[in-house]
Design a protein around this ligand. Structure first.
Ligand SMILES: C[S@@+](CC[C@H](N)C(=O)[O-])C[C@H]1O[C@@H](n2cnc3c(N)ncnc32)[C@H](O)[C@@H]1O
Length: 243
């Protein structure tokens, strides 16, 4: 893992890749950063931290290994990983300066402001990578997967938590009810930016299903791709190993 300079808000070399949508998404996360943790806990009834712990249990980081928490936001996964495994070397990366700034204040861990589709890291420098609720925000998540494959060592483990688009009728109903009834209300009551919650719903409905995502991971340099449902119609976990 290379040395990380202090966090400053910079224009990103990869910004052009995300295009206009990337810039709008980045600005939105900058705006909601102050209330992001509260919103997360309320919207998932605090289950979000249990899902992050589940991810880390499956990845089983070891002391001395290097973990990249990509689309790290306020760095909840980085924080949990480091608390659970002292000696683990952890860095958070995200393109929103305000999300990362809160993460660094909260955890004291290093962070790098970076576009997930053009990572500023050398090839094969991480043993583990996590992406929690970040992949669906990428303009092209396949490019993010290719970048993750590049920066992971052969045998490196990837864990992705996401609100995948449900495929079957029952989970689709749960997903639809939550998106149409619960989220807009929570968004209006809790968020300084109700637009953000419309975006959240749209991004979930537009994203890949878990099987589609697993197939993309297999095409992008990963083997042993394994998916689980953590909450039907809402949250899934995909783990994979860099071939
Ligand atoms: C829903 S938040 C998830 C944050 C955190 N991982 C968590 O579990 O709460 C999504 C994060 O992805 C980041 N993100 C979205 N697109 C990105 C990109 N192209 N490159 C880097 N970060 C990105 C956003 O800035 C935001 O912090």
């Amino acid at each position: 893992m290379t040395a990380v300079p202090p966090l400053t808000n910079v224009p990103l070399p990869g910004e052009g890749i995300g295009g206009q949508r990337g810039s709008a998404v980045r600005a939105m996360f900058d705006r909601i950063a102050p209330r992001y943790d509260l919103l997360n806990r309320v919207m998932t009834l605090q289950v979000d931290q249990a899902w992050r712990r589940h991810l880390l249990r499956d990845l089983a980081p070891r002391s001395g290994e290097a973990l990249l928490d990509l689309c790290a936001g306020t760095m909840d996964v980085a924080d949990l990983a480091r608390r659970q495994t002292p000696g683990l070397r952890v860095i958070g990366a995200d393109f929103s300066f305000q999300m990362l700034r809160r993460g660094v204040e909260k955890t004291g861990l290093p962070a790098s402001q970076a576009d997930a589709m053009a990572l500023p890291f050398q090839a094969a420098c991480f043993d583990l990578a996590t992406v929690t609720f970040g992949m669906r925000n990428l303009e092209r998540y396949e490019v993010g997967l290719t970048e993750l494959a590049r920066v992971l060592k052969p045998g490196g483990r990837l864990g992705v938590l996401e609100f995948f688009r449900p495929e079957s009728a029952g989970p689709r109903l749960v997903h639809g009810l939550y998106n149409r009834l619960a989220l807009p209300v929570l968004g209006r009551v809790l968020s300084p930016d109700p637009e953000a919650y419309r975006y959240l719903v749209e991004s979930m409905e537009r994203f890949a299903s878990r099987p589609e995502f697993e197939a993309a991971a297999a095409r992008s340099g990963f083997g042993s791709v394994c998916g689980q449902t953590l909450f039907p119609g809402v949250c899934g976990l995909v783990t994979a190993v860099r071939s």
